[in-house]
Design a protein. Structure first.
Length: 69
């Protein structure tokens, strides 16, 4: 992770989120077909990255709502 997720714009976060979701789909498909993965820890790391991004997006959403109300 070269740039912190907190430093990314909303658009960059959405792009990164979509990328991680696509990677997770591919990992699940690969596992379903071959019953093995080269790096068995990768799905867990990808899911954690997705959770981090969603958390940051939610924090920003709540901050905007609090500031706007």
């Amino acid at each position: 992770m070269a740039v912190s997720y907190h430093e990314m714009t909303e658009k960059e976060l959405d792009k990164q989120l979509e990328s991680f979701r696509k990677e997770l789909r591919e990992l699940r498909f690969t596992y379903a077909v071959t019953r093995s993965l080269q790096n068995s820890a990768r799905p867990r790391l990808v899911k954690r990255s997705i959770a981090r991004i969603l958390t940051i997006k939610r924090e920003r959403e709540l901050k905007a709502a609090k500031g706007g109300a």
